[in-house]
Design a protein. Structure first.
Ligand SMILES: Cc1cc2nc3c(=O)[nH]c(=O)nc-3n(C[C@H](O)[C@H](O)[C@H](O)COP(=O)(O)O)c2cc1C
Length: 339
């Protein structure tokens, strides 16, 4: 009798637990609905072949990788070269490609067709590409193709200089009452754009604002800036239309974050102080930011960056870092190397 009661309590508890797990899932999905909607919309757009820019960039990147192999295969990319040429053709017709992408794509495709062996598929793709090249003329002729590692520019900053920059760059929260020079922001982004990104898509945007009223409104949406005023803010927005599967949910966040870090360092070298501002995935914040800004259905906010000229008298939190040995582990946590 006692054991029966125990079993029944156990069953009820496990039922409650599974119900609460279900409830948790529903609540979570509801809270994250803006992000998931963006993901769904982005994937739909991508699959309907409406995304030209990001799919072209991805394919050109794949071709470049193939062309960079120590011994390039005589035939490769047959499964996507036709689609790549078509993407270029559609992109040129619809005018949705930037000049850099066009030069890169035409350079890489030209080299590809030079070095691969002609199969029927490759031959047909080449003839379509040649027609495109004829129409384009010489203005897009560039040599934007794989090059030797030794041809990279010489390194002219030292480890200790980089260390100094890392230590100097701290989150700055008190700024001079001075407009941020747009050219400085452009210069900082000139460095940020060299950050790595998944298949070189760069599927994000930096939206810069420096009009006081709007900056104040934007900075107040996420919370986290109580007690200080920002002269300018960048809203970093990710986009999912470059992806065809949910597995890439993190890709734009990673891409943008890598670029953001470069941007912060570059800004520091140009005299700008910066502070990252969290973006909480809360429906009321999502609604607010979408009222203030034109965020597309397939886009989502990643975070914000506050920036301005640091006030010398402003204090900087010390922000001690965790010790290396707690974070950087060498050959540890291997569970089963035999699988
Ligand atoms: C994703 C992220 C969100 C952050 N959100 C805020 C924020 O909302 N408000 C703020 O004052 N600082 C914010 N910060 C700055 C951190 O507090 C700061 O980076 C951290 O304390 C370490 O200090 P340091 O940047 O000076 O090294 C954020 C930083 C990151 C990376």
């Amino acid at each position: 009798m006692f054991s029966f009661a125990k079993k029944s309590v156990k069953r009820s508890l496990s039922l409650m637990a599974s119900k609460s797990a279900e409830l948790w899932k529903i609540q979570t999905l509801n809270q994250l609905r803006y992000k998931f909607n963006a993901l769904r919309e982005g994937i739909e757009i991508n699959k309907s072949e409406k995304t030209v820019l990001f799919n072209l960039r991805r394919n050109i990147h794949r071709l470049e990788k193939g062309l960079s192999y120590p011994t390039a295969k005589s035939v490769f990319a047959e499964d996507y070269v036709t689609a790549t040429v078509k993407l270029l053709s559609v992109g040129l017709r619809t005018d949705e490609l930037d000049e850099h992408t066009i030069c890169w794509a035409t350079s890489v495709l030209s080299l590809y067709f030079q070095v691969v062996q002609e199969t029927p598929i490759i031959k047909e793709a080449k003839s379509t590409f040649d027609e495109l090249l004829l129409k384009l003329g010489d203005s897009y002729k560039k040599d934007h193709v794989p090059y030797l590692s030794s041809k990279r520019p010489d390194l002219n900053i030292s480890y200790s200089e980089l260390m100094n920059l890392s230590i100097r760059r701290r989150s700055v929260r008190y700024f001079e009452d001075k407009k941020v020079d747009l050219n400085v922001v452009k210069q900082a982004y000139d460095i940020a754009k060299y950050a790595p990104s998944a298949c070189n898509r760069q599927s994000f945007q930096f939206l810069f604002y420096n009009e006081k009223e709007l900056v104040d409104k934007l900075a107040n949406v996420p919370g986290g800036v109580a007690g200080y005023t920002l002269p300018a803010v960048i809203v970093v927005v990710g986009r999912y239309d470059g992806y065809f599967d949910v597995r890439d949910i993190n890709a734009p966040v990673i891409d943008a974050s890598l670029s953001i870090m470069s941007f912060l360092y570059a800004a520091e070298t140009l005299g700008l102080g910066t502070v990252c501002i969290n973006w909480p995935n809360l429906p009321d914040r999502e609604k607010k930011i979408r009222k203030l800004l034109d965020i597309k259905s397939y886009e989502f906010v990643i975070m914000m960056i506050g920036l301005g000229y640091p006030l010398d008298a402003g204090k900087i939190p010390y922000s001690a870092k965790r010790p290396n040995e707690n974070v950087l582990l060498f050959n540890e946590r291997v569970k089963d190397n035999s699988i």
